[in-house]
Design a protein. Structure first.
Length: 302
């Protein structure tokens, strides 16, 4: 599976970011705590070059807490500060300016030695569509200053926003990369809704979701949908096993069509909505120990 696109507004967003680099002190790279590396734009290192960076893991309320701790350690081992947050509730939002000051300590200390009063930190917030940038900015500014939505591509322009935390923020549109060559990255992003559902077959996305849950979170899957017996997780799954579970879920949720058969598309929507809303539990869709070198985190910026 190779998904290709490069909408014009994403091309413009990349140019806008590069034009503003000389004006900012630090980049806040917003990732999804459920897929920290799959939600990283692999082009972002080239776009940001050597700008200091703070990684922020949003939607940590939906992610497996134990896995989030492992991801924080994963980035720390690579010299990168990572902070789990929840932009909707404001969890740890106030920590962002303080963490940014730590990253910029050498620069701030140099300004103080020169007798300068450090000005507010200017930060650029970057991330893929639907990762929560606008929600984060609104929470940090304590007012509605950036458009939000539950679909990718809500933010279209860019604007400077003052906050009460000693930071000035630059919001930018989400930037996806030209194509997904790694099939699993595409599916993970589709599972959490970071790419439009219309780009992939819903039943295919739900199929991969169930397969992952059977391997990593079988208890959550079984409890949510009252499944009497699930396949032995120590053995390879048969395709029919997963389809049987999807049909079971469809019958449980009334996703029936003419003749009493299960409408797999409707059942798939149920599964994906439950995953994205947290009704299936706190689920992380990738683990640090199994990431490929293609998805390695950036080298620390000194």
């Amino acid at each position: 599976m190779t998904i290709q696109w490069f909408p014009g507004h994403m091309t413009r967003a990349r140019r806008q970011i590069q034009d503003k680099l000389k004006l900012i002190d630090i980049a806040i790279e917003l990732l999804d705590a459920r897929i920290p590396l799959s939600s990283r734009n692999p082009m972002i290192d080239d776009i940001l070059m050597q700008k200091p960076r703070l990684v922020v893991l949003n939607k940590s309320d939906l992610a497996d807490p134990a896995m989030t701790k492992e991801w924080v350690q994963y980035f720390a081992d690579r010299g990168i500060a990572a902070l789990p947050i929840d932009a909707t509730t404001g969890y740890q939002i106030k920590e962002i300016p303080e963490r940014a000051k730590v990253v910029l300590k050498d620069k701030i200390d140099a300004q103080i030695r020169k007798g300068m009063n450090p000005r507010p930190i200017r930060a650029l917030i970057v991330g893929i569509p639907n990762v929560g940038k606008s929600t984060l900015i609104n929470k940090m500014a304590n007012r509605h200053v950036a458009a939000t939505g539950d679909k990718p591509g809500v933010t279209k322009g860019q604007q400077w926003i003052k906050t009460g935390g000693g930071m000035e923020l630059l919001d930018t549109p989400g930037i996806l990369w030209p194509k997904f060559e790694d099939q699993q990255v595409g599916y993970k992003m589709a599972m959490i809704g970071s790419i439009k559902d219309q780009l992939l077959d819903l039943a295919d996305i739900a199929f991969h979701t169930i397969r992952y849950l059977l391997k990593e979170y079988p208890g959550d899957l079984q409890d949510r949908y009252e499944i009497e017996k699930i396949p032995d997780v120590s053995k390879p799954f048969e395709t029919d096993d997963i389809v049987d579970i999807m049909e079971h879920i469809g019958r449980k949720r009334g996703c029936l069509q003419s003749g009493g058969t299960v409408n797999l598309e409707k059942a798939s929507l149920v599964i994906l909505r439950d995953l994205r809303s947290g009704k299936l539990g706190r689920i992380t869709l990738e683990r640090p120990a199994i990431q490929s070198k293609k998805q390695e985190a950036p080298d620390p910026v000194r």
